[in-house]
Structures are given as C-alpha cells and as structure tokens.
Design a protein. Sequence first.
Length: 201
Amino acid sequence: MVKQIPMVEQTSMVEKRACFSRWRLRLTGIGGVALFSVSVFCNLSPWPLWVFVLGITCALSGLLLRIWATGWLVKNETLTTDGPYRLTRNPLYLGTLLLVLGQCLMSDIPWAPLLFPALCLALYWPTIRQEEEYLRQCYGADYTAYANQVPLLLPNGRIKAKSPSPASKQTFEWRRVRRCYKGFLANALVILIYALLHLAR
C-alpha cells in the first residue's frame, strides 16, 4: 500500500501526475501526427528494406512492451516489481521510446530517427525522475531496494529475483490493458499504415 505521505498530499500528487500524463500524451500525439503527415504528403524516397524491417521490429516491440507493462501495473496502490518491472523500472516509457523510434524509421524522413526520440526523451526524462522521487517517498526502503536491483530505463541483462512473500504476489490482468485499448489500437493502426505506405512506394 501507499504509505508515508499524508492523504491530502498524496491525492494532490496523484492529480498532478495525471495532469502531466495527459499533457505528455497530447504532445506525443501532436508529434506523431506531424511525423505521419510529412511521411504521407511529402513524396519521400523509401529507405532500404532493412531500415523498414528494423523500424517495424522496434515499433511492434515497443507496443507489445507497453501492453505487457500495462497489464502488470497497479497505480497508486502497490509497488509493481514483477513482469517487465523485473527488467526495468520504466517499461512503459521504454516502450514509448521504441514505438517512436520504430515509427521514425518507418517514416522515411531522414532526420526523424534522431530528432523525435531525442525530443521524446527530453520530454519524459524529467517525469521519470519526478515519478521516481514520488515512489521513493511512498515506499521508502522497499523502493530503494528495488531501485538498487533494477535499472531505471534500459535492461542490463540481469533479472530481479521474485519476492518469496505471498503477500507481494502480482499478476498480469487483461482488464488493465482493456482500459487503454484505444491507444494500443491507434498505434497498431499507424504501424499498419506505415507498412502499407512502404509497400506502395
């Protein structure tokens, strides 16, 4: 359970995080629309097939990682440390970066694979740090121990051992994924359209 923070302050922090989340999603959406529009309407020369394959692999990996992470995440109730959270403390953000990179590689826009992921990282990095501080305040020593075992963003090849305590048992639930199905479907549709555009060029 969330602890150590007074209820009023905790509620305020949760509301601020939700507001920032909506703000980030809007900006990311605007960037995605801009990228897609340039790719569709600017008659770009297609890149080599291997670049497209790399792009679709990154994009699908990012989408699947976000679905996997969403199914495990229990917000503001418990510290999620299982599933993809055994590999990275921020699988949702890592999935977003992979999605952005993949769509940029599929777009055939020369500068996009450098510019858009860099902008995305600049946009999300302060939030990652703020959320880390929030979790540290909520869960204290439990989060510190978890952070000492699991990297902040990029997996390092080591997998955190599962907690033997039955009380800490966590599971993947599709109902959590279903709450976000519109975003997942939208990203899947964008990947499909990029694939069709590549085939048509």
